[in-house]
Design a protein around this ligand. Sequence first.
Ligand SMILES: CC(C)(COP(=O)(O)OP(=O)(O)OC[C@H]1O[C@@H](n2cnc3c(N)ncnc32)[C@H](O)[C@@H]1OP(=O)(O)O)[C@@H](O)C(=O)NCCC(=O)NCCS
Length: 190
Amino acid sequence: MHIQPIEKRFYIILISIELIFVFWSKYLRIKINLTIHENNLERMSFTIREIEENDFENGFFETLSNLSPVGGINTNEVLKKEIIKEIITNKDYVIIISEDAKSREVIGTATLFIEQKFIHNGGKVGHIEDVATRKGYEGRGIGKEIIKKLITLSRERGCYKVILDCDEKISKFYEKIGFKKKAIMLRFDL
Ligand SMILES: CC(C)(COP(=O)(O)OP(=O)(O)OC[C@H]1O[C@@H](n2cnc3c(N)ncnc32)[C@H](O)[C@@H]1OP(=O)(O)O)[C@@H](O)C(=O)NCCC(=O)NCCS
């Protein structure tokens, strides 16, 4: 079986060892069965890029709903258009999406907000928000590639750090990319 190292593929290796004692022949026979199963993940390719206006009608909200319900905004066309206009005209607000190369639909998204500060010599901070991989597309490296893209963008835009809030159960996903736990998040509901 040929394993291509560059491709992200998953394998389950099952090793069973049978110990067969054959007393009458005074020797021990060890039989090892090695089975490699390729996981059934469908191979797919995707591109990572900044959002374009037609993406909002092409799977963006379906993807975002894996994070939180977006029903209200998706049915209010006027409000939706206003928000889209506000977002795409704000240079400090960047939405990155992942597009399925086959269906051309949005299958992942995350937002970067660039904060200009007075402290840190007028430095900038990148805030990552609204990270979601579309339901059914998780575990294929889409989320990781989007976050890596946002880190690169933050660096290019002169940020000295990138921060985000998340549930404890998701923190491993970010730690694998290189984020470190720091401080705590507080919230005041309005
Ligand atoms: C969390 C989420 C964005 C991850 O996206 P994804 O595309 O499935 O993640 P990836 O396939 O890129 O995973 C990258 C790595 O992180 C790991 N990982 C993914 N989700 C994880 C989780 N919830 N907990 C721990 N590890 C996780 C993967 O196993 C993979 O590990 P590997 O590099 O060792 O193979 C996605 O599951 C999602 O949309 N969840 C619902 C919305 C949500 O919770 N968003 C986060 C808000 S802070």
